[in-house]
Design a protein. Sequence first.
Length: 518
Amino acid sequence: MNILIEYRGRLAGLALALLALLAARPGQAQLYNAGDAGAYGGVLYQGTPFANGAAGRFTNSGATITYAGPATGTFINDGRYVALTGATDVFAGAGGSGGAQELSGAAAPTFYNLQLNNGAADFTSRNAAGLRVAGVLTFANAYTITPRTQATNAAGAVHFLPGASYVGITSGDDARFVDGYVLKIGSGSFTLPVGQAGDQRPLLLTEDGLPARFDSVAVAWYSSSAGTTPDPSDANATHSLTSLGAGVAAVSDRGFWDWVRPATSGSVTVTVSMPAQSAALAPANRLRLVGWNGAQWVVLGTTGPAGLTEGQPLSGTVPAGITALAVGAASNPLPVELLTFSAKLKGHDGLLSWRTASERNSDYFEVQQSLDGRTWQPLSKLPAAGTTLTPRNYAYTDVRLGRYGAPVVYYRLRQVDRDGTVAFSPVVTLQPVASQLFMVEVWPSPAAIGTNAQVRITTPATTPVAITVYDAVGRRMFQQSVTPGVDFVLPSATWATGAYQLRATQGESTATRRLVRE
């Protein structure tokens, strides 16, 4: 078992000699292997903080390191901290006997296996960039606390990298959860174990989870009303419970989930654990998952829970542009009872289908399309059945989805009755066949200090693609002509922190992507 520690600076040799000396002195900074299994017989920096400065580089190359420093300033990381596959970092409380500890600093450490063995005490992250887990995070502590401020809410989260998982938290356990933000990167079903003030309110990314390999979402639960509680991801604005979209009769004041997601990302199907609701809000069959779209609350789900009690599951599909989720009440049933509305690929086309249980004085359905989930265009009108108690099936084909030049296409139904009443369906999405699109991917974003971003361009054409990157004030940082289909690296490791815009152009096709440097 090896520990690789990289020191940079003119005192590197002296630092290594000092570390070797301290390793032999009990009670001081120790680093020694006392077992065949690779576990340390002692702890690293026992009784004192572990501090990795801005110029520091520390790599755990496969060992188990135990941090038993004090409750405050336990692990301070301002430089580069990386744990390779198989490495384990353990927070065990002061002296290794449990107790509160914390992570601080300005740069996110990347752990492989991380164990929070603080017992009944909390583990608090005050690191503005959060912490990243690539393997398994074991929760053997009480609350795991992350920042809830506008500047650090998503960046300061517990980041689960693609393929990462956790153990030790079970649904409904109000004594153990992440009190703050959890960020998931990558596709696949995943439960974000969030809560606040003794109230666990997990959110499950169902089905295939996030739609793209480098997609992400950060979530936190707030146990107070969205109408009076500042939302950090919306510049600390509140979301009025009386700003209601079509089909929403009311919104619960018993908490909300802050939903932080790239603005151009596709829809995600989720299931939340509902707090107990009052019968005064609505009967259970009329409760719906609702989302704040920047101006009002809109319906995201089509069915209600089995009851009003604590922990009932409530599901819906969250499109782009939503920044908060809550429990809402649907308006009284409309003349058309829509059972299902779905979309699937059929070759290069999109097949939309829907089914009604009954209709009363229905006039027509208007199929609408959007590329951002906010601005809608009509595609076609289909006559409705008028009045019927018999279930009816409808279908529409949107041909050649590649013509939109977008990775995600949104659809909804506008249902119009003969008296002029209008209702909208939930939103569904399709991802066109990639080989027909001009697609640009940039990852990772946010990119950590010292990390170069990578770019991948997928396009049916073979001509070169012009890449230009601008900083926040419009200065050109990079320009190059590249070959599509070949990943290339941006020289962004030395760029200043902040947001950058990457523009890719091939003939008449142009795409822009946002790159964030932490």
